[in-house]
Design a protein around this ligand. Structure first.
Ligand code: CA
Length: 235
């Protein structure tokens, strides 16, 4: 079931019959479908408009699906990508996932399975976006954080210059306010996959946040650590 507004899908497929059949079936499910029959057009469409999902064939004339996917990710577009391949075997699947695809189906596929995966990816992405509706500024307990300027003014009226990593961590915790964010998630989102600092590094950030923003850093009401699990921010 498609909730709220119609979700929009960019369908990138060069086989005319398959494109038409897919478009029809997706529209019957209530999706708004835009078609592209080659990679260059797909990239242009992605620049022009927001899509909830991209259904991407791998074997395309000129720019293939792998390249399209990679270029979309390089533009920092997080739209879920479901890849379609004519070849079974794991090589394409791994290559696709490595280039930034979220899911993968081999042709010929079962239509019902495709529709289910489409729905799942769109739902997941919408839930994620609901989490990230935090604006450029955030106020809590008399403190104001300006994410763009990378500064904060605390309840004592002091101006605090924040580092880039501090801003990233604050934003992450605030997007998931009242939920525990795991150490793994923090390390992945703030420090990236390559560098793995010790958990003490995160602890030190949290200690600083308490000094900046808590009335009594020893009795925190905003920045909590949950032993063995992660960290939680509350308003
Ligand atoms: Ca094709």
């Amino acid at each position: 079931m498609v909730n709220q507004s119609k979700a929009s899908i960019l369908l990138v497929e060069d086989e005319e019959n398959l494109q038409e059949a897919l478009k029809l079936n997706l529209e019957l499910e209530g999706y708004e479908v835009t078609c592209a029959n080659n990679g260059a057009i797909a990239l242009k469409k992605v620049d022009e408009e927001y899509y909830d999902l991209i259904l991407l064939d791998i074997m395309l004339p000129q720019v293939d699906g792998f390249d399209v996917c990679e270029r979309i990710r390089l533009k920092n577009i997080d739209t879920p990508v479901l890849m379609l391949s004519a070849r079974s075997g794991s090589a394409d699947r791994i290559a696709g996932l490595r280039r930034g695809a979220d899911d993968y189906l081999t042709k010929p596929f079962n239509l019902e399975e495709l529709l289910l995966r489409v729905e799942k990816l769109i739902d997941k992405n919408r839930k994620l976006q609901e989490k990230t509706t935090i604006g450029d500024q955030y106020e809590f307990g008399g403190n104001t954080i300006d994410f763009k300027a990378q500064t904060a003014i605390n309840k004592r009226g002091e101006l605090i210059e924040l580092s880039k990593k501090e801003v990233m961590l604050l934003k992450l915790l605030m997007e998931y306010r009242n939920e525990v964010v795991s150490r793994e998630k923090i390390l992945q989102a703030v420090w990236g996959y390559q560098v793995f600092p010790t958990t003490r590094t995160i602890d030190n950030f949290i200690l600083n946040f308490r000094k900046y923003f808590e009335a009594d850093p020893r009795e925190p009401i905003h920045f909590h650590s949950v032993r063995g699990v992660g960290y939680k921010f509350s308003d």
